[in-house]
Design a protein around this ligand. Structure first.
Ligand code: R5P
Length: 311
């Protein structure tokens, strides 16, 4: 078993390697003058079970290209099996045609990864479970829920706890987490535009007054969905609102938006390397999923069950 790290999130790759008590494979990634990416693996990987760790986070296209070129280098170096480990699978939100003459980029990226030579894929909290079906190779989708549930129970306990989905699309994810939290109550923020031209109204489905609300989602990008939901919950009488989101994309002014929001805390995981602004924001905390990913990799290498990690 060997681990090759892309440059998207070296601290996470090192933490995974530390969990598995393995060194990272010696490789270098260089740029030509015109920004072309060049990957060179500096040790023998012939016949090895190789895991390449690379989130396709910002800058998404560079990180994706580095992943594809790394896979190609491994294939040509005769690796026995190549697993693309994408803690964050960028482009996942483009998983359907939102209108005529638009792409399904998540499928295109899945094709590119497969065509480059990956034999398996391992990811965390895919935006939609169906994305596994975009790959015709085995795909494991891990859940950050056990890591989050342990933290929520330690911080808030299960009394007065209300798990909240910030939109109707996230209900399945929120319900799964609520189940892990001693079957905590569930509420939903339902955004609706009653009439064209009128501004959106936030309806809360569920009784949140006096509750410690925990918003659950897979991605926080601009922070708009989250901060608006937090405000709506406070206006509905919630005692406090925190948020647990797997992938901290946090682009543009998201960190400032979170800092100025009604949230007591935003907890993200390290599937994406947090920016300096995120690290310095005292309202944002990062949980690691390195042991979770490392354990899944160990089980894949041993041909043992990955799903039992979530029993
Ligand atoms: C949407 O389906 C996702 O689950 C997130 O709610 C969304 O990507 C968050 O985006 P933003 O932070 O820009 O509102």
């Amino acid at each position: 078993m060997k681990i090759l790290a892309g440059n998207a999130n070296l601290p996470l790759a090192r933490a995974i390697a530390g969990y598995l008590e393995l060194p990272l494979t010696d490789a270098s990634v260089r740029r030509f003058a015109d920004e072309e990416i060049f990957v060179e693996i500096n040790e023998n990987v012939r016949g090895e079970d190789v895991f390449i760790v690379q989130s396709t986070s910002y800058p998404a296209n560079d990180n994706l290209m580095e992943l594809l070129i790394g896979i190609d280098a491994l294939r040509r170096a005769s690796a026995r099996r190549i697993t693309a480990v994408l803690p964050y699978f960028g482009y996942a939100r483009q998983d359907r045609k939102p209108g005529p003459r638009t792409p399904i980029s998540a499928k295109l990226v899945a094709n590119l990864i497969t065509e480059a030579g990956a034999n398996r894929v391992l990811s965390v909290d895919l935006h939609a479970g169906q994305i596994q079906g975009f790959f015709d190779i085995p795909t494991d989708n891990l859940y950050a829920a056990p890591v989050m549930a342990a933290d929520i129970l330690a911080r808030y306990g299960s009394q007065d706890l209300m798990v909240v989905s910030p939109d109707v699309g996230g209900v399945v994810r929120a319900r799964a987490l609520a189940k892990r939290l001693d079957n905590a109550a569930l509420a939903i923020v339902d955004k609706r535009r009653e009439r064209p031209g009128e501004s959106e109204v936030m309806n809360i489905i569920g009784e949140v007054a006096g509750r410690n609300c925990v918003l659950i989602d897979d991605i926080v990008d601009s922070g708009g969905t989250l901060c608006n939901a937090a405000q709506a919950l406070m206006s509905a009488g919630a005692k406090s609102v925190a948020a647990y989101i797997t992938h901290g994309v946090l682009s543009g002014g998201a960190v400032a938006r979170v800092a100025g929001s009604a949230l007591t805390e935003l907890v993200i995981t390290d599937t994406i390397l947090p920016t300096e602004a995120a690290r310095e924001c005292d309202r944002i905390r990062v949980l690691t999923v390195a042991p979770l990913i490392g354990e899944a990799m160990r089980r894949i290498a041993d041909e043992s069950s990955v799903s039992s990690l979530f029993d």
